[in-house]
Design a protein around this ligand. Structure first.
Ligand SMILES: Nc1nc2c(c(=O)[nH]1)N[C@@H](CNc1ccc(C(=O)N[C@@H](CCC(=O)N[C@@H](CCC(=O)N[C@@H](CCC(=O)O)C(=O)O)C(=O)O)C(=O)O)cc1)CN2
Ligand SMILES: [Zn+2]
Length: 783
């Protein structure tokens, strides 16, 4: 039996986020194209070498991207709409970043080209990659879409690696997943385009074969989703075409994030040489495949969790797997992470501040590579050589299981005493509504924002200086107070109705809370790409979660004391805290979520006690956490909505609870949204021109809604008229008395120069409509 170690993809952002800084310098006009491309080349080479040094036999290429691998793929096959400056041949960086980030219509483009006269192009839509916190750019197809190979990116990557002496396995996004992730502008099914797309793939593959590639990895993670017969057919057709075109190029089909399940027969029947299985999300299926997959098939076993940071108990894996392998005597095996390592931080080297016990239990991308090498040695009959490493992994697992830091009897006790009443508001919305209206006294179409204001370089620098010990706590706090107060004055000046404090004190909406709760640890350098140059440091939930002391009350009280307008308290909800963290794997996720819910509930109670009358609990990750398979939805939605209500329902009827969700596909989960029973929900709708609201209108959503009228992902400042139009479109779907006026999301990634005019325009739009409302005594939508 031949056993190799294989990797499916490596983080791109760089150990010190080199790619982030190179991109941002380029966009700001502080560096040029050659410099950016050189940084990218250096990163690729460093990552290839690192994998080689760690004993990885099958090293991926073309897993790197300057912004997003789905965008790279769209650009490669020529799926580029008119107006982005491309007609044929290689795609310029200018076009590439215009698609990724949009362009301002004014004198200066947002693309980094210092002299470019921007034509005002919207960015492609961004959405979540499967159930992760990574965002991809949604490819858009025309009805008459033609594809052409603009440049063979996998070939270029393969040759680049080859020139440094490393033979790689290029990664290519599969045609069915690619089309399924995209959308046709005319609403037709993108899969109709498959036959036009396949020739491009055939050429990519043939050129790779010609250049000496022996294997390619074709990612089809759509195999982890519920597929129609037609979609399965498309997969069969595509891979049959590849096998015919390049019979001597071996293909590893990779699906991950879930089981093949009812798609397994389709996957096994593909005329390919290899199949990857996610042994973490689909442990039973992995075992089944080891014994049942056809003997000629190279199995890639996803043994290590590519979505989580826990060090594996290598002995447990070997005990499970070892005996089964005799069924594959003479076969080919690859030992791999469950999915690409994209979702993990680079390495543990800088995490010197972590509790030693915890650090010993962790494994980031680089450490996963080492674990794979140990497994290979042991399975290859060389166990003695790695025995001490295996023993160390067993000890680490035992320490984690037995740790007193993990178990908190008080938390267990509170969970045991949960009652259904605790997850229910005292009265129905119809009763709460007049009570809240009474003491808040808001106008119709109340205006507000989602919470954060620009995290300027100055704000981040002050926090960094404070962390380095160069700015005292008192000075840092005074600085934040000045920022907060200035933001409050400005909100009052432009006439917003419900104010926010601006979140200047927060590094991130999840990490900020994690740092103040027990049971969470956080890293110094554990950066993971979220989209483009934006990164997060997901906290690590290692133990029972609780909230030792109030987290936001001081800031909320300070902010409220500076204004007579209502000030919203601002919290991150339990599902989002869970979804955007690395979660312990020794107890069920729903239990962890309830623990967090109780911690937030304590904060909600304290905010109310401190006189805060409106509290927003953000749950932008509720939709992202939805299981990939419909059959698992109901169970998830039940505990997710219960957790939200558990955190919110502690307040009296007159306290107003808001929630906020962005990027949400609501159609499928409306009953769950209703079940949250938030008094107000703000959502992202501006890019979809309020279509998203159909779901709310059609189901007669009972509570109030703030559909976003300002697209915060673009540097463009929306005009008053545009927002009036959007509000009109909203009023066609939702009763005016239920509507609020707000942006799509928080404004932390924007600059004040954009935010100030945009929010002022938004307030003007609301006022204009109120006036008309007063004049017509009931506003006629057709007006
Ligand atoms: N966790 C999470 N997931 C999310 C979102 C979110 O807000 N949080 N929003 C959605 C969109 N995703 C986003 C993800 C990240 C960012 C973002 O702005 N990230 C920042 C980092 C935020 C942060 O952690 N900031 C820290 C650390 C900042 C930093 O890099 N400091 C420098 C020093 C800075 C200086 O000296 O000026 C350093 O450590 O080297 C802080 O402010 O304290 C970035 O990449 O630049 C925005 C949106 C979906 N998923
Ligand atoms: Zn948001």
């Amino acid at each position: 039996m031949s056993i190799k170690t294989a990797n499916l993809g490596f983080p791109r952002i760089g150990r010190k986020r080199e790619l982030k800084f190179a991109l941002e310098a380029y966009w700001a006009g502080r560096s040029d194209e050659a410099t950016l491309l050189q940084v990218a080349r250096d990163l690729r080479q460093r990552h290839w070498r690192l994998q080689q040094e760690h004993g990885i036999d099958v090293i991926p290429s073309n897993d790197f991207s300057l912004y997003d691998h789905v965008l790279d793929h769209a650009v490669m096959v020529g799926a580029i709409a008119d107006g982005y400056g491309w007609t044929q041949g290689p795609v310029s960086l200018h076009t590439y970043f215009s698609l990724a980030r949009g362009e301002r219509g004014s004198d200066k483009a947002d693309c980094g080209c210092a002299n470019h006269q921007g034509v005002g192009r919207a960015a492609l839509e961004m959405t979540k990659w499967f159930d992760t916190n990574y965002h991809y750019l949604v490819p858009e197809f025309d009805a008459g879409q033609q594809f052409s190979l603009t440049e063979n990116r996998p070939l270029d990557a393969f040759l680049e690696a080859k020139a440094t002496g490393i033979h790689t396995r290029p990664v290519i996004l599969g045609p069915v997943t690619f089309l399924k992730l995209g959308k046709a502008r005319d609403g037709s099914d993108p899969l109709d385009l498959l036959d036009r797309l396949l020739p491009v793939y055939r050429r990519i593959l043939a050129e790779l074969r010609g250049a000496g590639a022996d294997w390619v990895q074709i990612d089809e993670p759509c195999l982890a989703l519920d597929l129609t017969d037609r979609e399965r057919d498309c997969l069969t057709r595509a891979f049959t075409a590849f096998a015919e075109a390049v019979p001597d190029l071996r293909i590893m089909v990779a699906s991950y994030y879930g089981a093949y399940g009812d798609n397994l027969a389709t996957a096994l029947a593909l005329p390919v040489e290899g199949l990857h299985v996610d042994g973490i999300r689909a442990a039973a299926e992995l075992k089944q495949l080891v014994t049942q997959a056809p003997a000629h098939m190279t199995l890639s076993l996803g043994l290590l969790d590519g979505r989580n940071v826990w060090r594996a108990d290598l002995d447990a894996i070997l005990r499970e797997l070892g005996p089964r392998l005799k069924d594959r005597a003479g076969g080919q095996l690859q030992l791999a992470p469950s999915c690409s390592l994209l979702h993990l931080p680079y390495d543990l080297a800088d995490e010197v501040a972590l509790d030693l016990e915890l650090r010993t239990s962790l494994s980031f991308a680089t450490e996963k590579l080492e674990e794979l090498a140990v497994l290979k040695a042991a399975l290859g009959g060389n166990r003695e050589a790695v025995e001490t490493k295996i023993a160390a992994s067993v000890r680490a697992a035992a320490v984690r299981r037995g740790s007193r830091k993990v178990h908190d009897p008080l938390v267990g006790g509170r969970l045991a005493e949960l009652t259904p009443e605790m997850a229910k508001r005292r009265s129905a919305f119809a009763v709460r509504r007049p009570l809240q209206a009474d003491h808040l006294a808001l106008p119709p179409l109340p205006t507000t924002t989602i919470g954060s204001f620009p995290q300027t370089a100055e704000v981040r620098a002050a926090r960094a200086a404070h962390q380095r010990g160069e700015l005292s706590y008192l000075d840092y706090r005074a600085f934040l107070e000045r920022e907060t107060e200035a933001a409050i004055r400005w909100q009052e000046d432009i006439g917003l109705d419900v104010l926010v404090h601006g979140e200047f004190e927060r590094n991130d909406m999840v990490q900020y809370f994690a740092e103040q709760m027990s049971g969470f640890a956080f890293t110094r350098n554990g950066w993971v790409q979220s989209y483009g140059s934006r990164c997060v440091r997901p906290p690590i939930i290692f133990g029972d979660v609780s909230r030792p002391r109030p987290m936001t009350v001081d800031w909320a009280v300070f902010a409220q004391s500076k204004t007579s307008k209502p000030m919203k308290g601002m919290l991150t909800g339990p599902v989002t805290m869970l979804q955007w963290s690395f979660v312990r794997d020794d107890i069920p996720r729903d239990e962890v979520c309830r623990q967090i819910a109780l911690a937030i509930r304590d904060e909600v109670a304290d905010l109310e006690k401190a006189g805060i009358g409106i509290i927003q609990i953000d749950e932008p990750a509720l939709r992202e956490g939805l299981p990939l398979r419909r059959a698992d939805w109901a169970a998830y939605l039940a505990w997710a909505t219960e957790s939200f209500r558990l955190s919110a329902s502690v307040v009296s009827d007159s306290t107003q609870i808001h929630t906020h969700m962005c990027y949400s596909e609501f159609n499928d989960i409306m009953p769950a949204i209703v079940a949250l029973d938030a008094d107000i929900i703000s959502i992202e709708t501006s890019r979809s021109k309020m279509e998203l609201l159909n779901a709310f209108g059609d189901t007669h959503y009972p509570n109030e809604i703030g559909p976003g009228v300002y697209d915060i992902h673009s540097p463009r400042v929306p005009e008053v008229d545009e927002m009036v139009d959007l509000l009109r479109a909203a009023a066609e779907r939702i009763d005016l008395s239920q509507l609020w006026v707000n942006p799509d999301c928080g404004l932390k990634t924007r600059a004040w120069a954009e935010v100030k005019p945009a929010v002022a325009n938004m307030v003007a739009a609301a006022r204009l409509l109120r006036q008309r409302l007063a004049q017509t005594d009931g506003w006629r939508i057709s007006a």
